[in-house]
Write a protein that binds this ligand. Structure first.
Ligand SMILES: Cc1ncc(COP(=O)(O)O)c(C=O)c1O
Length: 383
């Protein structure tokens, strides 16, 4: 069927976190949540479940536990067994379990800022030390400084938390980059926690490689976090999973999450299964729409907002915008919220190298995106 992503759907008054936080006058282009109605097979499956009328405890079904490995094999040529799957209410939970499971108090957690705020804030909240050699801006993209990456590791650094595709800089790491990062981690006996939540949202020319698929040695040291939540816009249904090959790491994971993560959310389970089985058509169409929005945004910024620079996006629907050349007094996030009534994400929340940037979520109808960037352009003109 042909999906309609162009119609602006009213989400105000629906308890959407995205649309509620900043009030009615503001266009929200911040949290990673798409303004698109879910795939028809997902809606159908959820309706059926609601009509049944029972919402008791559930367990991951054998069907789901075979659909996920089949999908990982088909898309990434990655062999995963069902007993390697550990279900989660969300990947932020998975990140926080990892920080506590694989690094002790005072131990180091290696990250690559600017990066998703939970990577830089949560380890510190748990009393872990942040080890944060930044990614290096090069032209309109970012690269890894491997000397700085390895040089930052000490005897107390225990875990490397990878964001791939990288939120917010939009990189989809190459095999060679992944191999080098993995080789450094293995040499220093680090556990790799790889957050691959955006792995299905790639633009033409890019291919996702799960770092654990690189070699059996890397798989033995890796916890991979994945979910249908970004891919199919199901974040409020609280469903994700970790893939853990090594039995020792599995046991530590089980003990750390004991009593904190139990069973699975029945609606999340139903939606995930329906999306993985029948959501491809929706996803194919959403990716075309997102690519067109990405290109439209890039052109608009280059032509009409010369003070801003958009980072090249290989994946995700989150544009990382450098505002340092725009002459904005103070923080650009505050400026666009107050002067343009557009809510973005504040780059400063993404750790080192994020100051002077904003993140813009363009997974919305073209009309909403156009209105937002017109408002931003008008605010910049008034400077
Ligand atoms: C890299 C990354 N990890 C995790 C999450 C959130 O995951 P969840 O909603 O499953 O906790 C996001 C959401 O934007 C993200 O970008």
């Amino acid at each position: 069927m042909q999906y309609d992503f162009d119609t602006v759907r009213e989400r105000r008054g629906s308890d959407s976190a995205k649309w509620k936080k900043y009030g009615d006058e503001v266009l929200p282009l911040w949290v990673a949540d798409m303004d698109f109605i879910s795939a028809e097979p997902v809606l159908r499956a959820l309706h059926q479940r609601v009509d049944h009328g029972f919402f008791g405890y559930t367990r991951p079904t054998p069907e789901l536990c075979s659909v996920i490995p089949e999908r990982l094999k088909r898309l990434y040529n990655w062999a995963v067994r069902d007993e390697e799957l550990f279900f989660l209410p969300g990947l932020v939970t998975g990140l926080n379990v990892s920080f506590q499971a694989y690094a002790g108090p005072g131990d180091g957690v290696l990250v690559q800022p600017p990066v998703y705020p939970h990577f830089v804030k949560d380890p510190v909240i748990h009393g872990r030390a942040l080890v944060d050699p930044p990614l290096i801006p090069r032209g309109d993209t970012y690269e890894i400084d491997f000397d700085a990456f390895e040089g930052a590791i000490t005897d107390r650094t225990k875990i490397f938390v990878l964001s791939n595709p990288h939120n917010p800089v939009g990189r989809v790491y190459t095999r060679q980059e992944l191999e080098t990062m993995a080789e450094v981690c293995l040499r220093h006996h680090l556990i790799i926690c790889s957050d691959e939540i955006h792995c299905d949202l790639l633009y033409p020319g890019f291919r996702h490689i799960p770092i654990a698929s690189i070699s059996p040695e890397v798989a033995e040291r890796t916890v991979t976090l994945m979910a249908p939540s970004k891919t199919y816009n199901l974040a409020g249904l609280s469903f994700g999973f970790a893939v853990i090959r090594n039995s020792e790491l599995q046991n530590i994971w089980k003990n750390t999450s004991l009593g904190l993560i139990s069973g699975v959310n029945i609606m999340g389970h139903v939606a995930a299964l329906a999306a993985y089985k029948g959501g491809q058509e929706w996803l194919d169409q959403v990716l075309v729409y997102l690519k067109n929005n990405r290109d439209f945004l890039g052109r608009y910024i280059a032509e009409k907002l010369p003070g801003l620079r958009m980072t090249r996006m290989e994946g995700t629907y989150l544009a990382w915008l450098d505002c340092k050349g725009a002459g904005i007094p103070g923080n650009p996030f505050d400026f666009f919220l107050k002067e343009a009534k557009v809510a973005l994400n504040d780059g400063a929340d993404f750790g080192r190298g994020g100051e002077g940037f904003v993140r813009l979520n363009f997974a919305c109808a073209r009309k909403t995106l156009t209105e937002a960037i017109h408002r931003m352009a008008a605010a910049l003109k008034r400077l």
